[in-house]
Structure formats: structure tokens, C-alpha cells
Design a protein around this ligand. Structure first.
Ligand code: PRT
Ligand code: ZN
Length: 284
């Protein structure tokens, strides 16, 4: 039996989930509208589901693992293991109130009505804060609830904040941060665990590469030590002599997050002709 991975059928997570599998070298053969599709070159099949169904399907063994938002995992309170953060679909679950409210702190919500699609997470948050409020569970368009008099505030996913803004609301409390994760069922049979570990190993290589850039630069020999001290590299940077006397080429790998700072520093230290290249995979 192949490892069965649940992926969101259509929505914000679908494209990134499928392109992650593709970047892991896995080819999926999907018939039109098929709910399940085998990989042609890996011991895996993809089950296409609504994201809300994924936690239960993984917990009861209909799927072995799945990719979905941490917010949905937390809301479903099922027994699954979170194996890896996937680095996409980053967002937060926040409480928001009408912009005109002079917000005094979380005690504002005492005795108030809050509309949300995340009653379990919200309930737990309010309990920890010692606040008791009335939770109205609604499944879509939560952001309009205060305007139609259904609630005093909302608890919903926020990414850029523009939905809140255009509905006259402001974010006042962050309840949780979320990104896409890969979850699996605890106690997978050994042969499926082996396939999942192989998949996670490939995902690591893809993620590490997407966080990194390969840079090559020319440096006068007298400045090599100064430039080397700035560059991290996987081990140490590689230095090659150039045909031109007195110059070398330094190759290194730089994390995306520190990329521009490092470029500024190596230029100041004497590096020239800096070329930056994307890295496809980085295997440890
Ligand atoms: O049909 P199905 O049930 O599978 O999908 P869905 O409609 O429940 O989920 P979908 O595809 O909208 O989102 C899937 C997951 O993406 C969520 O569970 C989150 O983990 C993650 N995610 C990341 C988001 C957002 N960003 C996001 N911005 N989910 C929803 N939003 C919505 C939010 O609900 C609000 O309406 O976007 C609006 C806010 O966005 P900003 O940019 O205006 O702040
Ligand atoms: Zn959903």
C-alpha cells in the first residue's frame, strides 16, 4: 500500500502543497476531478480533500499524512503528529473589534459576543485569559458579523490585514500564529514510516535550498580573509584563483534572510562582480 497523503482539493494551500511534492521530484498522475491520484515515481498517492476534513482522515487512518494549516489542526483536537513546518500559508488567528472601540485589553471581551469559525481555539484562549464570552460559530464571512449586529468582535485568520481594514475592524489580540504543516498518524506501520521519512528528507532539502542563495564574487587576494570572515557557507567558502594575477573567486551559500546585509558587507570589504544564483536542492 502506498503512503497516502491528504492535500487540500482547492484553496489557498493546494498549489503550494502540490508544488512542494513536485519540487521533491514526485510526479502525480491526476485524472480530471479524480479524488485520489497515484505518484508515478514514488510509493505515494494523493487524496484531495477539504482542509477541514484532513485532521480526522489522518487520525482515523483513511490518510497516513496530510498538509494543512496549523490553525485547522489545532481546531480539530485529534491525535496526530506534526512532522514538519512547511514554510507557506503563514497567517495569524486574531481577535478584532470595530475600529472606533477604545480597546482596553482582553477584558473588553468579558460578556461580549464573538463570531468565529474557530470556537475550540478561541475558547481555550479566553479560558487562559480568564475571560468569559459568548462564542458564535459561523462558517464564512466572519468579518461582516460586527457590522450586521451579530457580534461585538470576531476571531479570524488575518494575513495582510486588508479584510479587517475594509470592514472597519482592527486587530487587537493575536490568538495564534499558523503556517502549513505536514501531519501524520502516530504509529504508522514501519514500511509507511520509511516512505514518509524519505519524503521528509526531500522536503528538508527543498526547504533548505529555498532559504539559501549561491553567491560567487571576485576578490583581490589581499582581501580574501576579510571577505571570508563575513561569509557563513555550509562549511567554509570555496576560494579559486582567477586567471588574472592577484585575484580569486569566492563561492559561498548565504541565507536569504541575511542576504542583502552580507552583500553590503562583502562589497565594503572589497568584493566585486557578485553573481547570485538560486539553489535547487541542498542535501546535507
Ligand atoms: O475549501 P476548504 O475548506 O478546503 O478551504 P478553506 O476555504 O477553509 O480554506 P482556505 O483555502 O481559504 O485557507 C486554507 C488555509 O490557508 C487556512 O486554514 C490558513 O491556514 C491559511 N491561510 C493563510 C489563510 C489566509 N492566509 C487568509 N488570509 N486562510 C484564510 N485567509 C482569509 C481569512 O479568512 C480572511 O477572510 O483571508 C482573509 C484575510 O486576509 P487578509 O490578507 O485580508 O488579512
Ligand atoms: Zn476549510
Amino acid at each position: 500500500m502506498p503512503l497516502r497523503i491528504a492535500v487540500q482539493k482547492s484553496g489557498r494551500l493546494s498549489e503550494s502543497s502540490l508544488s512542494l511534492l513536485k519540487d521533491c521530484g514526485i510526479r502525480i498522475q491526476r485524472g480530471k476531478n479524480a479524488l485520489i491520484a497515484p505518484a508515478t515515481n514514488f510509493d505515494l498517492e494523493v487524496l484531495y480533500l477539504r482542509d477541514d476534513d484532513i485532521p480526522q482522515y489522518v487520525a482515523d487512518g483513511t490518510a497516513d499524512c496530510g498538509m494543512l494549516g496549523e490553525n485547522v489542526v489545532a481546531e480539530h483536537e485529534v491525535k496526530v503528529v506534526s512532522d514538519r513546518k512547511l514554510g507557506f500559508a503563514g497567517c495569524r488567528l486574531s481577535l478584532a473589534v470595530p475600529r472606533y472601540v477604545d480597546y482596553p485589553g482582553v477584558a473588553y471581551f468579558q460578556g461580549k459576543k464573538i463570531a468565529t469559525s474557530y470556537p475550540v481555539i478561541l475558547n481555550e484562549f479566553l479560558r487562559k485569559q480568564g475571560v468569559s464570552a459568548e462564542i458564535h460559530e459561523i462558517s464564512g464571512s466572519v468579518e461582516i458579523a460586527p457590522n450586521i449586529g451579530l457580534a461585538d468582535g470576531i476571531c479570524d485568520i488575518v494575513s495582510t490585514g486588508s479584510t479587517l481594514f475594509s470592514n472597519g475592524l482592527k486587530e487587537v489580540e493575536r490568538v495564534m500564529r499558523s503556517e502549513a504543516v505536514l501531519i501524520s498518524r502516530p504509529g504508522l506501520p514501519a514500511e509507511k514510516r520509511t516512505v514518509l521519512d524519505k519524503l521528509l528528507f526531500r522536503m528538508d532539502a527543498v526547504q533548505r535550498a529555498s532559504d539559501a542563495k549561491y553567491i560567487v564574487m571576485n576578490v583581490p587576494n589581499a582581501k580574501i580573509d576579510a571577505v571570508r570572515s563575513i561569509l557563513p557557507g555550509i562549511k567554509s567558502p570555496t576560494v579559486f584563483p582567477l586567471a588574472e594575477e592577484g585575484w580569486s573567486a569566492i563561492h559561498s551559500v548565504v541565507e536569504e534572510a541575511h542576504f542583502w546585509d552580507i552583500i553590503d558587507e562583502v562589497r565594503a570589504a572589497g568584493a566585486e562582480g557578485i553573481v547570485v544564483m538560486p539553489i535547487q536542492k541542498m542535501v546535507k
